[in-house]
Every structure is written in structure tokens, then in C-alpha cells.
Design a binder for this molecule. Structure first.
Ligand code: ATP
Ligand code: MG
Length: 472
């Protein structure tokens, strides 16, 4: 997350790039301006290609290279117009001139391909000499301007070039501003519109949608918080759905479990009312059945009520600090006879010393008694059942284990859910399927938990709760 560029960093980078672009543009435009004015303004100093420029006093200073660059040449003539020296490569003309042929050189006609200039000078010895410069017209452009006009036209050229450069500058600046503002906006508007779409999704109840932004640090943080919020909402939504489903299932189960005994009660009551059962033993059996079924219905209603109370987070339980070891010894005594009667072997492993912890006697009795009753109800004679108390460092662990029939695999996962019963329990129609859910809630109310451990033929239920309230 930290490697992401901060918004300020991104803006700074864009401004720097923008400034660089503008600076480069300005530099290029300056070059353009200089080139443009150079192109238009007449060359001022042409003396190095003019014969008059070459003659200084009684010598001719000939810049041979400058002349050669223009593919021209220079001839030195004596007083009789004979060529006595050539600088550069002579491409036309004779070795001497007459006045007429020399005049002809200065005729400005299309047939004359050279621009010529001539200047006289005298050598130190007093001899008459002429410098004749001949330049091909295709390489030379001659501008003739009157002085006052020249300055005016120069101003026009200058302002023209400046205007052209200015327009170009504005165009380049406009393009740069457009590109950079678009780029900067795109980096903000695109993720912002994605965030807006995400918020719309949440408002529309689509909590499973997440944001995936390629963006800077600040917006990435917004994304992180947004996704965390969406995750929580999604989770709450799932839990609500599960809760609603489980409530619905519970209602269906309750009505089903109530309906069966009530239908039986109705049937026998009607038969008795109509005098259809005449024999005394049968009448007695019917009345006993009505009583048992009514009791079952009452128990079921009690259990549902108890469970709903325990499931409510606001329902408080009173706990008293007491000796769990003593409490368990009393329970073992209570159940000893029942195990004897059913011919199950019953072993207790309870430490002789005190194991002090806060607990609600009535609720804890109910939880453990369900575990012991289950071991009694669902296992054949000969099964070994153990009641164990383990004094851990800051928790207490109560175990009810048996090596009996065990819990079928498909039930194990859901055995703590309300109304989940095994086939045997269903057939006998004895239990309500609420016992383990209630025990689970009781353990939770004590700040602990109920767990099922199945290992090597042993079915072991463990209730663990803290010795001090508030620690677990
Ligand atoms: P209730 O306890 O309300 O009278 P119940 O015993 O059917 O009804 P639970 O105590 O919640 O309900 O038990 C759920 C199911 O788990 C039982 O129906 C039974 O199939 C299975 N079960 C629980 N304990 C054992 C055990 N020790 N051995 C085998 N099966 C068990
Ligand atoms: Mg039970």
C-alpha cells in the first residue's frame, strides 16, 4: 500500500512535467523565432563577397574560402584588363577582357548566370589593378532597399515573426494544458466514479462487490476502508440470513415436534370421550400415554423457552464462586444408580482438592445432566462412561466420555444445533433434540464452550469455562 504515489506527489510530478514541457516549448519557439527573423531580414554584411569590400587601400583581401563556398571565383586584372591571377575555380570568361566584354558582364539579363562586381585599386608600385568577383546567381540573392524603408520593413518582419511565434506558443500551451489537465483529472475522476458506483452497490444491497482501484495512496486508503466496510456488511448480511433460516427451521421443527404428540393426545382423548376403550387395562394405558405425551410437550415448550432465553445476549446468568469438584461428586452420586440400572460402567475422575470457579449450579447441572443422560440413553449396556474434571491453569474442564455407539458422521457437525437428533432418538421419540444446544449455550454464558471430540471409539464432550469471570 505504501508504495502507492501520494496525491500531492502525483500533482507535483504532473506540474514538473508540465513546466518542463512549457520550458522546452519556449526554447524551441525562441529558436524558431530567431530562424524566422534571420530568414527574412536581409544579410547586412556582404562585403566579403563584394569586390569593393575586398579592396582596402592598395591591396585586395580576398576571402578565398567564402567565395569558393558560393562556387564563385575572383580574378585580378591589370590596367589592360588582362587576367593576371585567379582565386578559386574559374568557370567562364577569357584570359583578358575588353571594355565592352567587361561591360557585358554587368548586363542584368537571364543569359548572364553570374553576379559580378569589380573594384579598382593601385599596388604599392603604382600599377592599376582590378578585382573582379564572379558569383553564380543561383547561390546569391541580392536585396536592394532604401535605408528608411529597410528599418520599417525590418520592424514588420520582427513583429510578424513575433506574432507567429506567439500564436504557436499559445497553441502549444493550449495542447499541454489540455493533455496534463486531462491526465490529472483521469487519475482522480475514474477512481472517484468507481467509488461512487461501489457506494451505489452497497446502497442497493450488493455487499459482495469490492473496489479494485489502480490509484494513488489516498484513494487506495479510501478503497481499503470501503472494502473493509463492505466485508463487514456482507458478513452481517450472511449471519442475518443464517439466523433467519435457523429461526425458520426451528419454527418448522417445533410445530412438527408438537404436532405428533398432540395428535396422539387428541386421538386417545377422543376415543376415551366416546367410550371406545372399554377394557380397564387399555384405558389405563391410554391415559398414561396421554400423560406422557403431554409431559413431553411441556418439556419441549420449557426447553424452547430456556434456549431462547439463553440465546438472547441480554439474558444475564447469576454465578456463584464454588467448588466444582464437590459439585461434580454430588452429580455423580445422583446418576450412579441410573448407570447401574442400565448396566453401564460409570467411572469418575475428580480431583480430591477444591477446584474453585464461578458457575451457575442449576444451569451447569442441566448441561452436564444432558451429557450424562445422552450417554445413558443412546448407549447399550456394558458401555464405559467417564465423568472427568480437569483443573487447568486458569480454566476448568468437565468431560463426559463414552466408548459406546458414537455419533454418526453426518450428525457431528450439526449436533449442537437445535432439533438435531439421531435416528435412534427420533425412533424412540424420547428427546427433543435441544439438550446439546442448551448445554452449548450454558457453556457460552459461562464464558466458555462445549466441544465434541471423537477419537479411537470414544465420544467425548468437553465443557471448558474460565476460573475468573472475564477471562477465557
Ligand atoms: P434432549 O436432550 O432434548 O432430550 P436429544 O438427546 O435427542 O434430546 P441432544 O441431547 O441435543 O438431543 O442430542 C442430539 C443427538 O445427538 C441425539 O439425538 C443423539 O442422536 C446424539 N447423541 C448425543 N449424545 C450422544 C452419545 N453420547 N452417544 C451417541 N449419540 C449421542
Ligand atoms: Mg439429550
Amino acid at each position: 500500500m505504501n508504495h502507492k504515489l501520494k496525491l500531492s506527489g502525483m500533482l507535483l510530478r504532473n506540474y514538473i512535467l508540465f513546466s518542463l514541457t512549457v520550458s522546452v516549448s519556449v526554447f524551441m519557439l525562441l529558436l524558431f523565432f530567431v530562424m524566422r527573423t534571420n530568414e527574412w531580414l536581409p544579410a547586412k554584411d556582404t562585403s566579403m563577397w563584394q569586390a569593393s569590400g575586398m579592396v582596402q587601400g592598395n591591396t585586395a583581401h580576398i576571402n578565398e574560402n567564402a567565395i569558393k563556398d558560393l562556387h564563385g571565383w575572383v580574378e585580378i586584372l591589370d590596367e589592360r584588363l588582362r587576367v593576371i591571377e585567379v582565386k578559386g575555380l574559374k568557370q567562364a570568361g577569357d584570359t583578358s577582357y575588353t571594355e565592352h566584354s567587361l561591360n557585358m558582364l554587368f548586363y542584368d539579363t537571364p543569359e548572364n548566370p553570374y553576379y559580378n562586381s569589380i573594384a579598382p585599386y593601385r599596388t604599392d608600385e603604382g600599377a592599376q589593378r582590378y578585382v573582379l568577383v564572379r558569383l553564380p546567381k543561383r547561390n546569391v540573392q541580392i536585396d536592394i532597399a532604401l535605408d528608411e524603408e529597410t528599418s520599417k520593413s525590418n520592424q514588420v518582419i520582427f513583429w510578424g515573426a513575433l506574432a507567429e511565434t506567439g500564436v504557436l506558443f499559445l497553441v502549444l500551451l493550449g495542447i499541454s494544458v489540455f493533455i496534463y489537465s486531462h491526465q490529472t483529472a483521469a487519475r482522480l475522476t475514474s477512481p472517484l466514479s468507481k467509488i461512487a458506483a461501489g457506494i451505489r452497490n452497497i446502497t442497493g444491497g450488493r455487499y459482495y462487490d469490492r473496489l479494485h482501484l489502480e490509484s494513488n495512496y489516498e484513494l487506495a486508503q479510501v478503497q481499503e476502508s470501503f472494502n473493509a466496510m463492505a466485508e463487514k456488511l456482507d458478513q452481517a448480511e450472511r449471519e442475518n440470513r443464517l439466523l433467519a433460516e435457523s429461526k425458520q427451521r426451528m419454527l418448522v421443527d417445533i410445530s412438527h415436534d408438537l404436532k405428533t404428540p398432540i395428535t396422539t393426545i387428541q386421538g386417545y382423548a377422543k376415543a376415551l370421550q366416546l367410550g371406545m376403550i372399554e377394557e380397564e387395562p387399555k384405558r389405563h394405558r391410554a391415559i398414561t400415554l396421554i400423560h406422557d405425551k403431554a409431559q413431553h410437550v411441556a418439556e419441549l415448550i420449557d426447553d424452547v423457552f430456556e434456549l431462547s432465553k439463553l440465546e438472547s445476549p441480554d439474558y444475564p446468568i447469576d454465578t456463584e464462586v464454588g467448588d466444582v469438584a464437590e459439585f461434580m461428586r454430588e452429580m455423580a452420586v445422583d446418576y450412579y444408580d441410573q448407570f447401574e440400572e442400565k448396566r453401564l460402567r460409570f467411572e469418575c475422575e475428580i480431583p480430591p482438592q477444591e477446584v474453585v470457579a464461578p458457575f451457575n449450579r442449576k444451569l451447569m447441572y442441566r448441561a452436564i445432566s444432558n451429557l450424562l443422560t445422552n450417554a445413558l440413553k443412546y448407549n447399550p449396556s456394558g458401555t464405559l462412561v467417564q465423568l472427568v474434571l480437569v483443573d487447568c491453569h486458569d480454566t476448568v474442564r468437565i468431560e463426559v466420555a463414552d466408548n459406546g455407539v458414537g455419533i454418526p458422521d453426518h450428525l457431528r457437525e450439526r449436533v449442537f444445533e437445535a432439533f438435531v437428533r439421531g435416528d435412534e432418538a427420533r425412533r424412540s421419540d424420547g428427546g427433543t433434540g435441544l439438550g446439546l444446544s442448551i448445554a452449548n449455550q450454558i457453556a457460552a454464558k459461562h464464558g466458555g464452550q462445549l466441544a465434541l471430540d471423537v477419537l479411537e471409539g470414544w465420544t467425548r464432550f468437553e465443557i471448558t469455562f474460565p476460573k475468573c469471570i472475564g477471562s477465557s
